[in-house]
Structures are given as C-alpha cells and as structure tokens.
Design a binder for this molecule. Structure first.
Ligand SMILES: Nc1nc2c(c(=O)[nH]1)N[C@@H](CN(C=O)c1ccc(C(=O)N[C@@H](CCC(=O)O)C(=O)O)cc1)CN2
Length: 291
C-alpha cells in the first residue's frame, strides 16, 4: 500500500459550526491529541471579532482510526461538541463518496468530470450518468460508466423522479452537469445540500433558461459560471464557486457559449472537488469554503 493510500486509510476530517467563544481550538486540538491523532490541516473562520458564528475544518491522521472511530465520536460529542453546542460532522477519507452525474445534451461539464475521474483527480466513485436524452450514451459508456435515460415531461415528472430516486438511492451526491430539467420541491428537499448544479451565468445575474442569450441582449463585458447547491428555488441555492471571463461587443451569442463552456467546466470541477474533500459548510443561504 502506498504512503498516500495508507494515510488516507487513517485520515479523517471534522467540520464544525458553532457560536464563537474562546477555547474552541484548544478543546478540539486537545481531544485529538488525547486520542493520539496528528492534525495535518486546520482552518477556521469567524463572522465577527467575537460572538459571531465560528467555523472550523480540521484534518487529522489517526493510525487506530478504525478501532477508535466510535470512541472518538462519543468522546468528541460528550467532551467538546456538547460544551460548545456544535453542529459537526466527521468524514473518513477512505469512505469515498458515491456520485451520480446528470446531463441533458451539452457534454462539456460532464466530460470534464469524467476525464478528471479517469485520471484519478476526482476522489469519488461514479455510480452512473443519468440523462433525459440518449445523445451522450456512447461517450459515457466509453468510460465504462452506466448510462441511464429517463424522459421527463411536466406530466411525468413525479414518475421520472421516482425512477431517479431508485437509481441514486445509495448515492451521497448528485451533480447536475448541464441537466436542463427543473427538479421538484420534494426531490430537492430529500436531497438537501447533496445536489450541486452548474449554472451558466455569474449568479445572481441571468437565472433560468438561456443565460447566454440574456447576457448577449444586455451587452455584458463579463460572462461567468456558478456552481451552487440546488434548492427548490431555481438557481438560488448556496453558491460554492464562481468565475468569469472578459468579453466585448464583438462576441456572438455562440462565441459567448463556447467561451463560457470553459468557465463552466472549471468552476464545476472545483466545486465538486471541494465538496468531496469536505471543504464546504453551508451557512444559511451561503457557504463557507475552506479551499
Ligand atoms: N429545483 C431546481 N432544479 C434545477 C435547478 C435549481 O436550481 N433548482 N438548476 C437547474 C439548471 N438550470 C440552470 O442552471 C436550469 C435548467 C432548466 C431550466 C428550464 O427552464 N428548463 C425547462 C425545460 C427545459 C427543457 O425543455 O429541457 C423546464 O424544466 O421547465 C432552467 C434552468 C437544474 N434544475
């Protein structure tokens, strides 16, 4: 076993959100020291100088992680989390997240994720690709990944989502890589903070369909892309990552789309990677990202 894979076997991440007060870092680091862990990364953020919200991401190596996992959780909850009224979660690096990818017809964002996964640069297991069109079947199956099609109409959305829920029942994350179907309130509630979408504009500008057409009509000098968690309200979910590119009056709508595709694929890949590496904490309608 390589050194990297050995360390990932014994590496875990703690994500913490609580009311800020003195002593948190000492309490967390003290407990990890007490159980024999070695902190390999620690980042924190407070919304105000004092008394605001406190966020922490701590990554640590614990050689006896498997044996001590339950004791660590019980010990942390009793001696630290209860004392500071923490919302917290522990993620084990060896437990790779299972991800289902969704696409309609535009392939650029999906292919970026498949290429990165094929090169071992996306730390997850891809369960399948789900689409409402047959167009990308061959391209996906060439990666040895299952391609499932479910047609969606306003009349069949409930049945279609029931079928999707069956297919993704054991997944940890759903990624909308230019999937052009609006998901129902029930579906987004069931998968709260576990669906990431790439919207092809610099939100909050140009929500909804055809953002490049909207941008062209406005004569924008910047186009962009936004990766966000999906909620019932279209393109209003907590933003994870964004980026932009300069344009000018010379660009056609098609040229905006082609230039924008490069931004979309990079933004989505960064957002998915950060989520998989447990770097994102959702805080109300916003996020804290420890990149
Ligand atoms: N509940 C949500 N569903 C989806 C979201 C979201 O934020 N909340 N994001 C979209 C992606 N998207 C833009 O990024 C988007 C997709 C589709 C549409 C739209 O108007 N679609 C039409 C039909 C399109 C078609 O015929 O294929 C519709 O569904 O009525 C706007 C924006 C993914 N889903």
């Amino acid at each position: 076993m390589s050194e990297k894979s050995m360390s990932s076997e014994h590496t875990a991440r703690l994500l913490i959100h609580c009311q800020d007060q003195s002593g948190i870092v000492q309490a967390v680091s003290g407990l990890l020291y007490h159980v024999g862990a070695n902190i390999t990364a620690l980042d924190q953020y407070t919304t105000e100088a004092s008394g605001g919200d406190y966020f922490m991401r701590v990554e640590f190596l614990l050689p006896q992680l498997e044996k001590q996992h339950d004791i660590l959780i019980e010990n942390f909850q009793r001696n630290v989390a209860n004392m500071y009224a923490m919302n917290w979660r522990l993620a084990l690096v060896k437990e790779r997240k299972k991800v289902a990818l969704f696409v309609s017809k535009h392939d650029h964002a999906l292919m970026e994720l498949l290429w990165r996964h094929a090169r071992g640069q996306l730390p997850c297991d891809i369960a399948c690709v789900i689409s409402n069109h047959e167009d990308l079947r061959e391209a996906v199956e060439n990666f040895g990944i299952e391609y499932k099609v479910v047609k969606v109409t306003p009349e069949t959305k409930v049945q279609a989502e029931a079928q999707i829920n069956e297919w993704v029942a054991d997944c940890d994350l759903l990624v909308l890589a230019r999937y052009m179907q609006i998901l129902s309130e029930d579906f987004t509630a069931k998968w709260a903070q576990k669906i990431i979408n790439i919207h092809h504009s610099f939100l909050p500008a140009f929500v909804g369909a055809d953002p490049y057409g909207q941008a062209y009509d406005k004569g924008v000098k910047l186009i962009g892309a936004t990766a966000h968690y999906v909620t019932a309200d279209l393109d209003q979910g907590p933003i994870i990552e964004q980026d932009v590119k300069r344009v000018d009056h010379r660009y056609t709508v098609q040229e905006l789309r082609e230039l924008g595709a490069d931004v979309e694929r990079q933004v989505l890949a960064r957002a998915i990677t950060w989520h998989l590496e447990d770097r994102v904490i959702v805080f109300g309608h916003k996020t804290v990202v420890f990149e």
